[in-house]
Design a protein around this ligand. Structure first.
Ligand code: ZN
Length: 414
C-alpha cells in the first residue's frame, strides 16, 4: 500500500460513547495515490474499513473532476471522522469494479489508458508503459501534436553525440544542438506524417533491409542497425518532400496518381547498407540511400551525413539524395515509359554494349546503371540544379518537366 503522510494522521483512539459501539476518531493528513490503489483500499488502510471510501471522496470533491477519479501521484486529503460500523450500502458502492485499461501505442509513448471515472484498482505500471487516465492521456496527446515544443520531447544524456543532444521524437532518435532544433525536428516529423503520409520509422527500414537480403549471412545483417537522425537530415528531407507535394497525402487524390498506391509510407535511418543479396554480401558504408519497394520504405544511411560530391555541399546533397530515393518510389510506374522514350535505353539486342549514336546520356555516371537510376538522377537534377539538366540533358529535362506539370493538372491531363 502507498505512502501514508503521517504528519497529521492520528493514532486510533478508543472512546466509549455509552453505547456498545466502539468509535474511533481517525483520518487527517493526506495520502498520495500510487499504482494499485483504490478508494476502497485507501479507506481500508487509513480508517480500518474500506466502506469509508465515500468520506474520502466527499472530502476531495472539489478537485475539479469526478470525485471518484483517482490519478496516480495525486494527494488526497483524509477527513477526520468518527468511525464505527459503516452502512451496508457503502460497502456495495465501494466494490464497483474497475473498468479495463486499454493499451495505446502512440508516437509519443506507450500508455495504459484508463477511463476517467473509476474506483477500481489502477494497474501496477509495466516497464516502458505509462499508466494514465483518459484525461491525462488527452492532454499529453494534445501537447505532443502541437507545434510548440512540448515536454514529450525526452532529453537524454547531453554528451551522447559531440556538441549535440540526442532526443526521442515520435520514437526516433534525433541529434539536435538546441531546443529550437528540437522543436523544428518535431514539426518536421509531424508534417511528414500528417501532410505527406510518411511515418519516420527507422525500425521499419531495418526490417525491410533484413527481408530484402535473405541470402546474406546473419553475421553481416546484424551489423545493419538503426541510428540517430541528424537534425540537418530531417530539414533536407522535408525540403525534398515539398517537391513531390502534389503526389503525397491528401493531395494525391487530386493528382494524376489518384487511386494508385503511394509507394512510400515509411522513412528510416540506418548505419550501414548491404553490398548484395548473396553469400558474399557484406555490410558496407558506401551507400547514401535505398528504396525498398515491397516495404514502401526509403532508408537513408549514415554515409550521407558527410557526402557532398554530386551537388557541392552536404545540405544540398542530403536533399538531392532524398529526392533520388523519393523519385524511385513515387515515379515507379513512370519508369517503364521513361525507358521506352529515352533513346539511350534502346539497346541493340545483338550488341548490348552498343548505344544508339548521339543519344542523350544520363546526367551522371550512376544514371547509366539502369533506366530507373537514370530517372532518379535526372529528377534529382531537375529539382536541385535545373539549369545544368536543361543544358546537358534537354530531353530529360523536358520529359520530367511535362510529368511534374501534369501532377496537379488532372483535368488537362485527361
Ligand atoms: Zn537509386
Amino acid at each position: 500500500m502507498s505512502k501514508l503522510y503521517a504528519a497529521n494522521t492520528q493514532t486510533p483512539e478508543v472512546c466509549v460513547d455509552g453505547d456498545e459501539t466502539t468509535k474511533k476518531e481517525l483520518g487527517g493528513g493526506s495520502f498520495t495515490v500510487q499504482p494499485g490503489d483504490t478508494l476502497w483500499g485507501i479507506a481500508q488502510a487509513t480508517y480500518g474499513n474500506g466502506a469509508w471510501w465515500e468520506e474520502i471522496q466527499r472530502q476531495n470533491a472539489a478537485r475539479g473532476r469526478g470525485a471518484d477519479q483517482l490519478l496516480i501521484g495525486e494527494r488526497l486529503t483524509l477527513p477526520v471522522i468518527d468511525v464505527d460500523a459503516p452502512p451496508a450500502e457503502h460497502a456495495a458502492g465501494g466494490q464497483t469494479p474497475a473498468s479495463g485499461g486499454e493499451r495505446r501505442v502512440t508516437d509519443f509513448g506507450t500508455f495504459e489508458v484508463y477511463p476517467d471515472r473509476f474506483i477500481g484498482p489502477l494497474p501496477q505500471s509495466a516497464e516502458g508503459v505509462q499508466v494514465v487516465t483518459e484525461t491525462t492521456f488527452a492532454e499529453r496527446e494534445q501537447a505532443a501534436l502541437s507545434v510548440e515544443y512540448s515536454p514529450e520531447v525526452e532529453w537524454m544524456d547531453e554528451d551522447t553525440v559531440e556538441g549535440c543532444v540526442v532526443i526521442t521524437i515520435a520514437g526516433e532518435q534525433v541529434a539536435v544542438h538546441n531546443k529550437a532544433e528540437a522543436q523544428h525536428a518535431q514539426w518536421i516529423l509531424h508534417t511528414l506524417r500528417d501532410t505527406y503520409g510518411v511515418s519516420v520509422d527507422s525500425e521499419a527500414g531495418r526490417e525491410a533491409l533484413w527481408a530484402a537480403y535473405d541470402d546474406v549471412f546473419m553475421e553481416e545483417l546484424l551489423k545493419v542497425q538503426t541510428t540517430e537522425w541528424e537534425y540537418k537530415e530531417l530539414v533536407a528531407i522535408e525540403r525534398a518532400f515539398t517537391h513531390f507535394a502534389p503526389l503525397l497525402g491528401a493531395n494525391r487524390e487530386l493528382s494524376t496518381a489518384a487511386g494508385e498506391d503511394q509507394g512510400l509510407t515509411t522513412l528510416s535511418k540506418l548505419g550501414l547498407s548491404i553490398s548484395g543479396d548473396d553469400e558474399d554480401g557484406y555490410a558496407s558504408d558506401n551507400t547514401l540511400g535505398q528504396y525498398f519497394q515491397s516495404a514502401e520504405t526509403v532508408a537513408l544511411y549514415e554515409a550521407g551525413e558527410e557526402y557532398d560530391r554530386q551537388l557541392g555541399d552536404n545540405m544540398r546533397q542530403l536533399e538531392g539524395t532524398a529526392i533520388h530515393e523519393i523519385a524511385h518510389a513515387l515515379l515507379w510506374n513512370d519508369a517503364p515509359r521513361f525507358e521506352q522514350e529515352m533513346p539511350f535505353w534502346k539497346i541493340n539486342q545483338q550488341n548490348p554494349k552498343e548505344r544508339p549514336k548521339d543519344a542523350e546520356a544520363p546526367p551522371t555516371r550512376y544514371g547509366r546503371k539502369s533506366p530507373r537510376e537514370d530517372l532518379s538522377e535526372s529528377v534529382m537534377f531537375y529539382f536541385m540544379d535545373p539549369l545544368t539538366l536543361r543544358t546537358r540533358c534537354p530531353e530529360r529535362y523536358a520529359w520530367i518537366d511535362a510529368l511534374v506539370m501534369s501532377w496537379s493538372d488532372r483535368e488537362c491531363a485527361q
